[in-house]
Design a binder for this molecule. Structure first.
Ligand SMILES: Cc1cc2nc3c(=O)[nH]c(=O)nc-3n(C[C@H](O)[C@H](O)[C@H](O)COP(=O)(O)OP(=O)(O)OC[C@H]3O[C@@H](n4cnc5c(N)ncnc54)[C@H](O)[C@@H]3O)c2cc1C
Length: 496
């Protein structure tokens, strides 16, 4: 293992979707890249496939509390491992729709649009799909934006029960389409007959930041990963115009690492917290603001006459209400299948119900995930107070989400599911956290330029879900990866 710690060209804080993918993009340049990751590599233990351990006992949840807007502590589902939150992700690697890059009028406000158009960004989506080995099909989803290259692999097949769901939803007037997924299904199932959504990936076929981005980066001798290395502060240069390096806590010792370029990729809450603690990059007073997550609900469509014996389930999505409510009104959001819900998973949420009754529900239910855009609001924000992290999420656009759930329920009933239940996901789960250090063309309104460089410090970048100026209504990870590859090209050309 080379020792680059004395003089890396680029130090990257965090090995999740942003950090690992950026490292993959920079690796071929020959630049010395050091990735500092606070977590360790996930071990392949029985708990990785045990729904009781994951959902009931919270085996993998960090021992950490943040404080919500009402001053109450809560345990966030934010994971510190090599690969970050992607270790647990549902592996839906979907592009934002082309329309998401322009301002959009929603029921409860407007989005600002991006500082560049979809067409400009598109080549990096194709590269991200190649790196993350996305399985998908073009031509099924009417909202699919133009692709310059086809998906690298054919879609993950519907299980027989899900093929019937596809037919039923199509008969009810919707356009079910194969979800673009980063899953090698044969490898995944060799590790156990479980879904992958929220089950951590112990090198068993999920395309996450560790198995794809980081693995590609570490093939190069000029890239090093240091685990158990928690960055506590960024150090500004004497004139405040640059960042000299970072302070790292590792094995109980604090050291300083200096680098030509510093990249924060610690996730949307942690990157904002690090900047706020360091007093950096905040000339706009926008760091930590515009926190977004998605508005989301589980919708269980139950038909007592049919059995859903699928294992992984999660192969379909529908965007019929994505660009409008279906009647010319404002957008409502995306619908996709969840990983198959089982009795132990239901039990984690409905503690008093006997497991046999939950088994009946799970056996006859098709489990949907309805997801609506959360709009940027400067008062929805991350702040720090000493060691405490405060997350005051002001969820927006909730009426649109309720309309999406209502529309989905109606379509499910039309498709022959007489019982349809829904439950909103709770606020403690910042799975799709984003927006806290956003890009923008105006330094007064955004801390980052369109290439994720901080306006205040020429050698400091933030490359993770923080940069997203809008949450859109689809899963964020592929967009984070595509921007990371784009930023890597920009750094290679201008800074190395
Ligand atoms: C259960 C679940 C399901 C999801 N499903 C999907 C999905 O299907 N599709 C999708 O697109 N997205 C999904 N997501 C979201 C997706 O995982 C995130 O959007 C993505 O990981 C964000 O990338 P990131 O680089 O911002 O942060 P992360 O990937 O979380 O990476 C941040 C990294 O920084 C490290 N770190 C934090 N602080 C420090 C520090 N001080 N020093 C050093 N290292 C630090 C962390 O340990 C972590 O490795 C899901 C998330 C969850 C939790």
């Amino acid at each position: 293992m080379p020792d680059l710690t004395n003089q890396p060209d680029v130090v990257i804080v965090g090995s999740g979707m942003g950090g690992a993918t950026l490292a993959a993009g920079l690796a071929p340049t020959g630049a010395k890249v050091l990735i500092l990751e606070r977590g360790e590599r996930l071990k392949n233990t029985p708990e990785t496939r045990d729904p009781r351990a994951i959902f009931q006992r919270g085996f993998f949840r960090p021992q950490e509390s943040w404080i919500d807007g009402a001053g109450r502590p809560f345990n966030p589902g934010n994971y510190y491992l090599v690969g970050g939150n992607t270790k647990f992700f549902g592996a839906v690697l979907i592009r934002y729709r082309a329309e998401d890059f322009a301002p959009i009028q929603h029921a409860e406000g407007a989005t600002p649009g991006w500082p560049f158009a979809y067409e400009e960004f598109e080549p990096w989506y194709s590269r991200a799909e190649a790196l993350y080995q996305v399985r998908g099909a073009l031509g099924q989803d009417p909202t699919e934006p133009p692709h310059s290259a086809p998906y690298p692999f054919a879609p993950v097949p519907d299980e027989p029960a899900i093929a019937k769901v596809r037919e039923r939803m199509a008969r009810a007037g919707l356009h079910p389409a194969s979800l673009p997924l980063g899953v090698d299904i044969e490898r995944w199932l060799k590790g156990g007959a479980t879904p992958w959504d929220a089950f951590p990936n112990a090198d068993s076929g999920k395309s996450d930041a560790e198995s794809c981005g980081l693995a590609a980066a570490l093939k190069y001798p000029n890239v090093e990963l240091r685990t158990g290395a928690r960055v506590t502060r960024l150090i500004a240069s004497a004139d405040g115009k640059r960042v000299d390096g970072v302070e790292v806590l590792s094995g109980g010792e604090t050291t300083t690492i200096r680098a030509k370029i510093v990249v924060l990729s610690a996730g949307a809450v942690m990157s904002a917290a690090l900047l706020l603690r360091s007093g950096l990059a905040n000339g706009s007073d926008m760091v930590g603001r515009h926190f977004m997550n998605h508005n989301s609900s589980a919708v269980l469509a139950i038909d007592p006459r049919s059995v859903n014996d699928s294992v992984y389930q999660k192969t379909l999505g529908m965007n019929d209400y994505y660009l409008s409510d279906g009647a010319g009104g404002p957008p409502l959001g995306n619908i996709q299948l969840l990983g198959k819900i089982s009795a132990p998973i239901l039990k984690a949420n409905v503690k008093l119900a006997p497991e046999w009754s939950l088994s009946w529900v799970a056996r006859h239910a098709v489990d949907w995930y309805a997801m609506s855009e959360d709009l940027p609001n400067p008062e929805s924000r991350v702040t720090v107070n000493g060691a405490d992290i405060h997350l005051d999420w002001r969820r927006s656009n909730w009426a649109a989400h309720e309309r999406l759930v209502k529309a989905l329920k109606e379509r499910c009933r039309a498709a022959g599911y007489p019982i349809v239940l829904s439950r909103a996901f709770d606020r403690r789960t910042p799975s799709h956290q984003c927006g806290t250090v956003r890009i923008g063309a105006d330094p007064l309104k955004a801390p980052l330029d369109p290439f994720c460089r901080t306006y205040d410090h020429a050698n400091l970048f933030v490359v993770d879900a923080s940069f997203l100026p809008t949450s859109a209504g689809v899963n964020p990870a592929l967009t984070v990866a595509a921007q990371a590859l784009r930023v890597a090209d920009h750094i290679a050309k201008n800074d190395l």
